[in-house]
Design a protein around this ligand. Sequence first.
Ligand code: ZN
Length: 317
Amino acid sequence: MNQQTAKSDEDMERRLAAYVGRQYGAIYAWDRVNAPMIRHWAEALDYDYPLLDPEIAKSTRHRELVAPASMLQVWLMPGLKNQRLPVLTCPTPRTFQDSGRARLYRHHRNGLRPGIFPRPLKVGELITTSTIVEKVSERKNTRLGPGYFTTFLQEYHDEQGGVVGTMRLRILRYHPEGQRLKQLPARPAPPQPGISQDTAQFWEGLKQNKLLIQKCSDCGTLIHPPEPVCRNCQSLDLGTIEASGKGTVFSFVVAHHPKVAAFDYPHPIGLVELDEGVRIVAPLTGVDPGEIEIGMKVVVEFDNVEGQNRLPKFRPS
Ligand code: ZN
C-alpha cells in the first residue's frame, strides 16, 4: 500500500467512524398492517398461515388476525421504485454509503441475525423504523477483498413509540482489488433429456438418425411421447415405427427469457404435427423467428454433438 492510499484509507475510516452511534429515520410504512398483504406474503412463501382463517384467528390469545413476526420488514419495504415515506432526523444510509463509495463499491450482506419481536402486529397498526449504525469494524482482509463490516441495528416502533421488533444486519463493504476476473465458462452443453425405460427406444432411434414413434401392436394407436401403456386400449404390447420426419408447425413459441446459456436467443420452439398424426416438441431452425407460421411445412434434422444425446429439430422444407 503506498502512502497516499494509506492516508485516504485513514480519512475514510475516520469518516465511517463518525457515523457510529448515530440514528437515521424514522421511516414510515406506506400502509397500515393489513390482511391482504399478509395473505399475499403467505402465498408468495407458500406458507399456510392458520390465522388467515377468521375462526382460527378468534380462537387464539390475540382473538384476531395478527401478522407473522417474520413479516416485520415487509411493512417497511421501499417497493420496486425504491420509494419511501421518510421523516429524516439524521443522515440516511445513502450518505453513509457515499462516504465510502469511492473506494468500497461493493457490498455483501454478511448476515441478518434473528430479530426480537416483543409483540405481534395487529391489523390497522402503523409502524416506523429507525436504524442505528452500531459498529464499523477495523479494516479486514476478506476473500472478496479488503473491507469493513458494518453492523446496523434496526428498531421498529408502533404509533406510541413502543418497540415492536429489533433486527441486526451486518454488511461487508469491500473493494474487490486483487480479485482475478473470472473467466467466462465455455458454452455449456444443453440440458440432457431424462431417459427412462419407456422412452429409451426413442433416444436410441435418434442415435441412428431415426425418429421412432411408439405404436400399439394391438390397436395401432401412435403415441408420443412414449408411454408405458397404450392410452387407447391399455395394451402393454408396444412397438415403434420410423416416422418420415415430415410435418407441419401446429404451434410454436419464441423464447426470449429466461436465457439458458446453452441456447441462442430468440429461441423458437415448435409443436410439430408429424405427417403420421402425432405431435412432437422440438426447436425450429433455419428460419427467422418472425417468419415462422402455423401450418409451415417442416422436416426433421438431427443435432449431432460429440458426447451428447442426439436431438431432433425441424427446419422449413
Ligand atoms: Zn392400443
